[in-house]
Design a binder for this molecule. Structure first.
Ligand code: FAD
Length: 388
């Protein structure tokens, strides 16, 4: 049983249903609700992490995305590349920038990444005012509607039951089973996986005996804007010419136009959780455009208010939370993706399905063990009864 039907829950059901017959997903709202993190058009996928551990995981997730594309016949990934840029007048020490440092990590891991500077950069990206760009050739954007539709279709074909609009009241161990009581039905399950995003602690509090509350906080992109370039320039900003462009030292990411999916460039300004808050001359989307992509000043500009209405789920120690729930044998949790989780979803789902079905995973996830947040005493159970 999976509680929470975002991308993590659906991928857990996807991998579990390859191995067991009866998989159920309980979703409080509805799949694809605009206020959930997994709703939107595009999410970047990339491997350019400063921490080699996360870079390796992103590579493994990419392998699983490609497997998912083959198995479901879905074009999930738009392989436009992902480029970190830097400009001396914004971040004077180019060698200490995110782009330079993450490029070194990728080189050490043998991941294809090229650096472009001066005329070469200008020739390929004429609208870009930057001194250097580090292009992760295996990065790009994920097509979210295509992924959600493929997951729903495949899960339906495999007989996975998805129950929407349901509230979980209590889960308690009864011998070898877990009894799950909801406002609609009652189930007996061998395992429970909690992938409820911002609702995770609420669900954990209903697992009788569980000793886990995850120190989660919320953060939001500070602002995001759409840019519709004039027709003459449009092709330069489409995904067959433009990669995802990030200037993380300045908190900036840009997603290209994707034919058939989105006809505008999206530029966001945020606090990247894995970087100290640097002060640069870029302090808004518009100041980035002025400094680094002035051609877009001629574009039609509007706020992004149709997608990305959800917050990031940050964890106190800035690590994923993935594994067994302390105090509740047979329950597993995945949360705390720090605004960077979508690209890892097939891998997260694989790990959680391994744990739920086999009680073990071929992946070493000790680093993400939820037990680091174990509470000293049982915190759930007494206030919640099966009849509540
Ligand atoms: C604005 C934004 C931009 C992002 N950009 C990127 C990016 O470019 N690249 C990237 O890799 N990642 C990105 N991410 C992160 C990524 O989107 C998330 O990590 C991922 O979607 C999280 O999926 P989830 O399934 O854990 O959460 P959600 O999608 O929030 O799903 C949780 C589900 O659980 C349900 N639920 C909650 N409580 C209960 C309950 N009690 N019972 C049953 N169901 C419940 C909710 O309704 C929801 O459907 C971004 C996130 C945001 C918010």
């Amino acid at each position: 049983m999976v509680i929470g039907g975002g991308v993590m829950g659906l991928f857990t059901a996807y991998h579990a249903s390859e191995r067991v017959d009866r998989v159920v997903v309980l979703e409080r709202g509805r799949i694809g609700d605009p206020m959930t993190a997994s709703f939107g058009r595009t999410r970047s996928y990339r491997s350019d992490y400063l921490d080699p551990g996360y870079a390796r995981l992103a590579r493994e997730a990419l392998r699983l995305w490609e497997e998912f594309e083959r198995q479901t016949g879905t074009a999930a990934l738009i392989r436009c590349g992902c480029m970190n840029i830097a400009k001396r007048s914004v971040t004077p020490d180019l060698r200490s920038t995110y782009g330079h440092r993450s490029h070194r990590v990728l080189e050490e891991l043998g991941v294809p990444s090229v650096s472009l500077a001066g005329k070469a950069l200008r020739a390929r990206f004429p609208y870009l005012e930057a001194d250097v760009g580090y292009l992760d050739l295996d990065g790009g954007v994920v097509n979210l509607p295509a992924v959600t539709a493929a997951l729903q279709r495949t899960l339906a074909d495999r007989g996975v039951r998805i129950v929407e609009g349901i509230t979980t009241r209590l889960a308690a161990r009864c011998g070898s089973e877990i009894r799950v009581v909801t406002d609609v039905e009652e189930w007996a399950s061998r395992s429970v996986v909690v992938t409820a995003g911002h609702g995770t602690n609420e669900v954990l509090a209903r697992l009788n005996g569980a000793r886990l509350q995850v120190p989660l906080t919320r953060d939001r992109p500070i602002e995001a804007k759409y840019f519709t370039p004039p027709a003459d320039f449009r092709e330069q900003f489409a995904s067959n010419a433009m990669p995802v462009i990030a200037y993380l030292d300045a908190g900036i990411y840009c997603h290209p136009i994707i034919n058939g999916l989105i006809d505008k460039v999206k530029i966001g300004y945020y606090h990247p959780p894995d970087l100290p808050r640097a002060v640069t001359t870029i302090d808004s989307v518009m100041s980035f455009v002025e400094h680094c992509a002035p051609t877009l000043l001629e574009a039609r500009i509007e706020p992004v208010d149709d997608v990305d209405g959800c917050d990031y789920d940050l964890v106190a120690d800035d690590e994923f939370v993935l594994g067994a729930v302390p105090g509740f044998p047979g329950a597993y949790v995945g949360v705390g993706w720090r605004g960077t989780g979508y690209k890892f979803a097939p891998w997260v789902g694989r790990v959680l399905a391994d744990l739920a079905v086999e009680r073990d995973s071929m992946y070493d996830v000790r680093r993400f063990d939820p037990a680091r947040f174990t509470k000293g005493r049982f915190h759930a159970g007494s206030a919640i009864s099966a009849n509540a």
